[in-house]
Design a protein around this ligand. Structure first.
Ligand SMILES: [Zn+2]
Length: 239
């Protein structure tokens, strides 16, 4: 609310080049457009982590797209929430369109959309969970019954993932997430969509899905804004 008011008074600068045209100037927006696929694709990390749910992404997690996500999460550019939400939305629609159980859930008991939990260290540093408002923005307009719920928590301290390879990430995250006790009853048989911002090895999505299935989720899908190029195959596109 406060940032919305400040934006009315002080036009924001571009989050990438800092020229006075926010939250992204036309040039930087075009640079991001070059990272977005014409239609969402399935992310296919290699090797595929055991148990990773099928994951649809809207673009390639590189260059300008990665820089915008970093600006949103770590440079206090929360005014990019709707911009990023609009880039996540096509991947979410593709994930749902690919899943009959998800469409049934949206017409019935409700689809549970679950942002991956940040590490406790990241939560402390940022003071909030930046994925939450982004995901909430992305689900507007999906239609049907959709609930965004922060049901997962980190169970222990994990190492910074950025310097780890696929095998190290998997062991770093094994058993690192759990469903909060108060949410367990509502997850029994539920259809869940795990959402992350960018996918690298898929280890985070695999661990989130493991925790949800362990808590009784009936079906787990996933979606993200982007995936790293060498791991996002053009094998299937949507529709
Ligand atoms: Zn710019």
């Amino acid at each position: 609310m406060l940032s919305d008011l400040v934006d009315l008074v002080l036009p924001a600068s571009c989050a990438l080049c800092h020229r006075p045209a926010g939250p992204l100037c036309p040039d930087c927006r075009r640079a991001v457009d070059d990272c977005l696929h014409p239609s969402p694709r399935l992310a296919l990390p290699s090797p595929l982590p055991p148990g990773m749910p099928s994951c649809w992404v809207s673009g390639e997690a590189s260059g300008a797209l990665r820089a915008v996500v970093t600006a949103y999460k770590d440079e206090n550019r929360r005014d990019l929430r709707q911009t990023l939400g609009a880039w996540l939305a096509p991947a979410m629609r593709a994930a749902l369109g690919d899943s009959a159980p998800a469409l049934r859930a949206m017409r019935g008991r409700g689809l549970v959309v679950v942002p991956v939990p940040g590490s406790p260290r990241a939560r402390r540093r940022r003071g909030d969970v930046p994925l939450m408002p982004l995901v909430t923005s992305a689900v507007v307009g999906l239609g049907g019954c959709v609930v965004v719920a922060d049901v997962l928590s980190a169970t222990r301290v994990t190492r910074d993932q950025s310097t780890l390879d696929a095998g190290e990430r998997a062991s770093n995250l094994a058993g690192a997430m759990a469903v909060r006790a108060r949410h367990r009853p509502s997850l029994e048989g539920a259809v869940c969509v795990v959402v992350d911002d960018l996918v690298t090895t898929g280890a985070t999505l695999a661990e989130a899905a493991r925790a949800l299935r362990e808590a009784g989720a009936g079906e787990v899908l996933s979606a993200a804004i982007g995936a790293t190029r060498k791991r996002a195959g053009p094998v299937r596109t949507f529709p």
